[in-house]
Design a protein around this ligand. Structure first.
Ligand code: MN
Length: 321
């Protein structure tokens, strides 16, 4: 492992960088990427942020997000992955990353996921409510004074990954870094509305239908939500509109673990987990080849829905006291 100070010194010696963000991008990965890109650009370096696909509209309130590209436009002196626990999380960009390694482009990994595999040449992994807290510290170590755009990018990641400062892993550092971003113009209220709360009528209807069909297992300690492909079609919403549904189950007082299964194609489900703390859902997701954090994780399951629910129920049951 390296220190952020060492990584700052390495970045200062490079004239250009490509910043990789993870698939199904969230506010923390794009916030980390754009904030760091802006800092490096202010230092006179050529820099771009990459993501495998188009960004969700909810990040569009920050005009700089339009600059995120789906493929590299130049060969940089260094690769930086942010908020990405392993290279397969880069999705379609994993091959670009692998080509760079073959060309001996040095790699940096800056992340906050407990399951991070330390896959780069230079690694900084520190568990925090958001990776943007790590990036805020790096920005200071780079000697950059944030402008409003940079501060808004940091705030986006901190607000979204901390559940609007409500998750169990929020600590003093979260608030200190949020205060730092706010001091330079980062708008927390705007981030919370545009990136978290705002929804279309279709999404509101999908949400209402899904939570009305919530199932309770293991003596009401496990909540299971299911979103079939047909529901996305019925309400005309994209798959990422299901984000947040898993949090509803956890709000029920008896529930320790909440799960949401999103049917991505016939017989294949993207599974999201949330825990109140008794169960380490990073471990539960790990049983099925996934991972994430102690309180929030994900994996993919295949096969019949009822069998998938049974496997999840068993894995959670083993970890409930
Ligand atoms: Mn994150």
């Amino acid at each position: 492992m390296n220190t952020l100070g060492e990584i700052a010194e390495i970045l200062k010696t490079k004239k250009s960088a490509a910043i990789f963000t993870h698939m199904r991008p969230d506010g923390d990965t794009v916030g980390s990427g754009m904030a760091l890109c802006r800092a490096l650009t202010m230092l006179g370096k050529r820099c771009e942020v990459l993501n495998e696909g188009e960004l969700p509209d909810r990040f569009g309130y920050l005009p700089c997000m339009k600059e995120v590209r789906t493929s590299p436009s130049f060969v940089p002196e260094i690769f930086i992955c942010v908020d990405t626990s392993n290279p397969s999380r880069l999705g379609l960009l994993e091959s670009s990353y692998a080509v760079g390694i073959r060309k001996r482009i040095p790699t940096v990994n800056i992340d906050h996921h407990v399951a991070n595999t330390r896959y780069a040449q230079y690694n900084f992994v520190r568990e925090r409510a958001s990776n943007c807290e790590n990036i805020a510290e790096l920005v200071r170590l780079l000697g950059v004074t944030p402008d409003k755009t940079l501060a808004d990018c940091l705030m986006l990641g901190m607000v979204t990954d901390s559940g609007n400062f409500s998750h169990g892993d929020v600590n003093g550092d979260t608030f200190r870094e949020a205060a730092y971003a706010a001091d330079f113009g980062g708008d927390a209220a705007q981030a919370a509305y545009h990136a978290m709360k705002k929804q279309s009528k279709g999404r509101a209807a999908l949400y209402a239908e899904t939570v009305s069909k919530l199932r309770y297992l293991l003596g009401d300690r496990l909540a299971v939500a299911f979103v079939p492909l047909s529901a996305l079609e019925k309400y005309g919403v994209p798959a990422h509109a299901t984000e947040g549904i898993v949090d509803f189950g956890l709000s029920v007082d008896t529930v320790e673990v909440s799960v949401c299964l999103l049917e991505v194609k016939r017989g294949q489900y993207k599974v999201s987990f949330r825990s109140k703390g008794e169960v380490n859902v990073n471990e539960v997701a790990g049983v099925f080849g996934g991972g994430g954090h102690v309180l929030a994780a994900g994996c993919t399951l295949f096969g019949d829905l009822e069998e998938a629910v049974d496997r999840l129920r068993y894995a959670v049951e083993q970890r409930l006291s």
